[in-house]
Write a protein that binds this ligand. Structure first.
Ligand code: ZN
Ligand code: ZN
Length: 313
């Protein structure tokens, strides 16, 4: 399926939902890095990505092709002799900036082991360096992740929220180990089970058995992911009041701080990939009588951020 660049895709009934598409894109680190340079630095040409990234011709070619299929980039001829194309962000691609800004902010604040320093960002409207703050688009108030509740909508379920086998195959294999620019984000959303585990934690799972029941994953997978998330400091284990020999797991500040990344990714997915049954997940602003959708504010001036009004320093 080729996805249109300027209007939402109509998905088939019963198939992958918006979350699966969003995870399928966000899980591939090369794709994120290519998009980061397109969105933040205006990179459009093949050789320019190759100059700034340790990426092979084959990997860059395959990612650019995939991004064209997804309607995120579109080729534009810039030379006729010989014919050469550059790759412009479409409206669908340009709309990915909140997710990229949210990943950048979380990696800067919380992640370790970056091979290069991440740049600071300036809000051009107020002139200050900023980080994004999450707010409720409906009422405009800044909110913490604890103030947002979510539940599956009509097209939501764990199986439909995992990228399909085609996308998984494309995003596996040694060529896809990635450059290590987003090592911890990758550990959190780099494959279907990790992303689902994180989603289950946000939806309120605490016990091993709850993660297992919600995901339907093998016990070894659940145990492995709980270990990884605990090691990264995204979840912390504490004693289970009912069972002295068992642990429960809760999100840490670092884990909750990743929530805007997930929200921005899901929101982009649900804006551009429409399932006939309805949304995959619905969010509410807890304590308020309305739906929640994410709005990013400038930490310096509290005004809503817009994609064209920020620059890398
Ligand atoms: Zn609200
Ligand atoms: Zn500002």
């Amino acid at each position: 399926m080729i996805h249109p660049p300027d209007r939402p895709s109509r998905l088939g009934a019963g198939g992958d939902n918006a979350i699966a598409f969003a995870i399928g894109i966000a899980a591939d680190e090369w794709t994120l890095v290519i998009l980061r340079h397109a969105l933040q630095d205006g990179v459009r040409r093949f050789h320019h990505w190759q100059q700034i990234l340790p990426i092979s011709t084959a990997v860059l070619t395959s990612r650019l092709r995939r991004l064209q299929e997804l309607g995120i980039l579109t080729p534009v001829e810039y030379d006729r002799n010989p014919v050469r194309h550059e790759y412009h962000l479409t409206p669908r691609g340009a709309a990915m900036w909140p997710m990229m800004v949210a990943i950048w902010a979380w990696e800067v604040r919380w992640a370790e082991g970056h091979p290069e320093d991440l740049p600071a960002m300036r809000h051009l409207t107020c002139g200050n360096l900023f980080t994004p703050l999450m707010a409720c688009r409906t009422c405009g108030e800044a909110v913490s992740p604890r103030e947002v509740t979510g539940s599956f909508g009509p097209s939501g379920s764990w199986p439909r929220s995992a990228p399909n086998t085609t996308m998984r195959r494309r995003s596996s294999g040694s060529s896809n180990l990635g450059p290590g620019f987003y090592p911890e984000s990758r550990a959190l959303i780099g494959n279907r089970w990790s992303a689902a585990m994180l989603g289950a934690a946000y939806l309120g799972a605490h016990r091993f058995s709850e993660f297992q029941r919600r995901l339907g994953a093998p016990a070894t997978v659940i145990a492995d992911r709980l270990r990884t998330f605990t090691r990264l400091g995204v979840l912390e284990a504490f004693g289970d009041a009912d069972r002295a020999d068992r642990h429960q797991y809760r999100l840490t500040d670092k884990g909750r701080a990743f929530f805007p990344v997930v929200m921005a990714a899901i929101e982009w997915g649900q804006r551009w990939f429409i399932a006939p049954e309805g949304p995959a997940v619905v969010f509410h602003h807890r304590g308020a009588d309305h739906a929640f959708s994410v709005l990013l504010l400038c930490s310096a001036c509290s005004q809503p951020l817009k994609g064209r009004e920020m620059a890398v320093v």
